[in-house]
Design a protein around this ligand. Structure first.
Ligand code: ATP
Ligand code: MG
Ligand code: MG
Ligand code: MG
Length: 563
């Protein structure tokens, strides 16, 4: 790569709206440019890094026995209606119509597509287990796209889906994926931690882990016990609704309620003009000070029925502010900063004192009315880890908790039969009986990794790429482009590195040495060879990007060190 021919538009200053250090550096180093909010172009050097990350992910997924395919981003709405997620997914799902008025969605994830494919193409237990993956552009209309590639609306994800014949088989597949993820994040140079994550539904059958890159900019809080045996997302650690129902007899007085749709707490808070926060786990919906519904943070999503009940049975369009104001009137109170909604944030003791409510998973027909915490759920589990603080004993008793900020770079999830049941992904077992495939899903934020790595690898002068994903290994810089001896040696070295299969970039621009060095530091290529005053003696200045000082060594030695 000759720099004079490459599009690397470096900047002295980052645009004022870039907050995250990685966002600033990636713009300044000419790796990415924004087209629209949360939508980016990868410029040539940025694209090289992106491809390296993809290569590592491919290698490790293939090694783990997964097969690659590529599914469409454009997905028919019917598929999402079949799974029940079309109405549930909310405004994050980008919807569009074709010229015939048929509805489509731009895939934020591919459970529906892959499960319907397997439903059509796999029939026998002999074909399973099977894990399929793709590296593909995803679309999510994020409420707050920000921090460059960390939270995009169009971004690159690796998503894998496994189909097993038993939970035991899934355990093995899950383990293989977990191990592959550990290798991937190690290879890309991240300081990361796998943590227990929140499955998102009461009694959710799926074990789930998130892989968190440690960084202050991270939007998640993770808690780790001193000796490291316990590590979880704070959301998970604080979940108080893990206990099963105390007994069948006590469940009896509760009614199952139909649930036409759900909304996330984030959406609700956005609607009511309040900020969702990590501590907001329990919302109680009140009418005339009477509790009518409870929404648990572990639920993740606020059920529309609960709101309906709260507001006297009238349907509200959460997209329509005026409607809510009309319905809620003066009685509305929100314990958050806005003080406007008919929804109140409660602490655990208050919830325990509550008479009854509705609870359930984010699924149609999976809700119970007249639930009483303490009676229907073990009371002593209520609140144990609510508002966990640094220094609290970890849930497994392994030591006091420390808090860190993390960026979710990967997520592995045991799904069970949630999608296979609905979309008909069944196979015939040895005895000829139809069985639903047991599924798992596994995501990696490929583009997010770039930002996460930069958050962890930079100094005052720029990016410091880990070698495995750097845009090149060696940066050759002739101090003066006008000096023929220097240019000749630089060109010779460049040709030798290329012949040896070493990725090399030559700064052949006619710029001042200072400008070239500054750019070089900013770009963060791991090794720099400066061809300067001692070129005639065959000596060059050698410096690793991480080293404080340069050394003057022979061309031969420089070559040897890098091959
Ligand atoms: P987050 O909690 O950050 O919103 P998520 O839990 O919604 O992420 P998943 O559905 O688990 O994301 O998707 C798998 C992976 O895709 C995530 O672990 C993350 O690395 C990546 N990812 C998710 N949303 C984005 C985004 N908006 N921009 C870039 N990467 C993303
Ligand atoms: Mg998300
Ligand atoms: Mg998440
Ligand atoms: Mg996730």
């Amino acid at each position: 790569m000759k720099q004079s021919k490459l599009l690397i538009p470096t900047l002295r200053e980052a645009p004022a709206d870039a907050e995250a250090i990685s966002h600033k550096l990636m713009l300044r180093a000419g790796l990415i440019r924004q087209l629209a909010s949360g939508v980016y172009t990868y410029l040539p050097l940025g694209f090289r890094v992106l491809k390296k990350v993809q290569d590592i992910v491919r290698e490790e997924m293939d090694r783990a026995g997964a097969q690659e395919l590529l599914m469409p981003a454009m997905q028919p709405a019917e598929l999402w209606q079949e799974s029940g997620r079309y109405d549930v997914y909310g405004p994050e799902l980008i919807r569009l119509k074709d010229r015939h008025g048929r509805e489509f969605a731009l895939g934020p994830t591919h459970e529906e597509v892959i499960t319907s494919l397997i439903a059509d193409e796999v029939n026998s237990y002999r074909q399973l287990p099977m894990t399929l993956y793709q590296i593909q552009t995803k679309y999510r209309d994020e409420r707050r796209p920000r921090f460059g590639l960390l939270r995009g609306r169009e971004f690159l994800m690796k998503d894998a889906y496994s189909f097993d014949r038993s939970w035991e088989e899934l355990d093995e597949t899950y383990r293989a994926m977990y191990d592959a993820y550990t290798r991937i994040f190690t290879r890309v140079g991240l300081n990361f931690r796998p943590v227990q994550a929140d499955a998102g539904a009461i009694g959710g059958e799926g074990e789930t882990h998130e892989f968190m890159a440690l960084a202050d900019i991270g939007e998640d809080t993770i808690v780790v016990s001193e000796n490291g045996t316990y590590a979880a997302n704070l959301e998970k650690a604080e979940m108080w609704w893990e206990a099963p129902a105390a007994s069948d007899a006590e469940i009896a007085p509760m009614d199952r309620v139909h649930t036409p749709g759900v909304h996330t707490i984030d959406q609700l808070c956005a609607h009511f003009g309040a900020e969702a926060s990590a501590f907001m786990k329990t919302l109680l919906v009140l009418v005339d000070d009477q509790p009518v519904a409870v929404v648990v943070r572990g639920d993740r999503e606020l059920n529309e029925t609960k709101v309906l009940n709260a507001l006297g049975g009238e349907r509200i369009e959460l997209a329509d502010n005026a409607a809510v104001e009309r319905l809620t009137g003066a009685e509305v109170g929100f314990a958050g900063p806005a003080g406007l909604a008919k929804v109140k944030l409660l602490v655990d003791r208050e919830v325990q004192a509550m008479e009854s409510g509705i609870a359930g998973a984010n699924e149609t027909d999976y809700h119970l009315a007249n639930v009483k915490p303490g009676r229907d759920f073990e009371a002593d589990l209520v609140g144990d880890f609510r508002n966990a603080a640094e220094g609290d004993m970890s849930p497994d008793g392994s030591g006091p908790l420390k808090f860190y900020r993390g960026i979710e770079v990967g997520h592995v999830f045991k799904l069970g039969t949630k999608y296979s049941e609905k979309l008909g992904a069944a196979y015939l077992d040895e005895t000829g009986r139809r069985q639903d495939a047991i599924m798992g899903c596994y995501g990696i934020g490929i583009s997010r990794i770039l930002s996460a790595v930069v958050e962890q690898h930079y100094d005052d002068n720029g990016i410091v790429w880990p070698e495995e994903i750097a845009p090149a290994k060696v940066h050759i810089i002739p101090a003066s482009a006008k000096d023929e001896t220097q240019m000749n040696l630089a060109n010779e070295l460049y040709a030798r590195f290329m012949a040896a299969g070493i990725e090399v970039m030559l700064d052949d621009r006619d710029e001042r040495a200072g400008v070239k060095f500054k750019d070089s530091d900013l770009l963060g290529i791991p090794y720099r060879v400066v061809v300067g005053r001692e070129a005639a003696e065959g000596r060059v200045e050698f410096k690793a990007r991480t080293a404080a000082d340069k050394e003057t060594i022979s061309v031969e030695e420089a070559f040897e060190r890098l091959t």
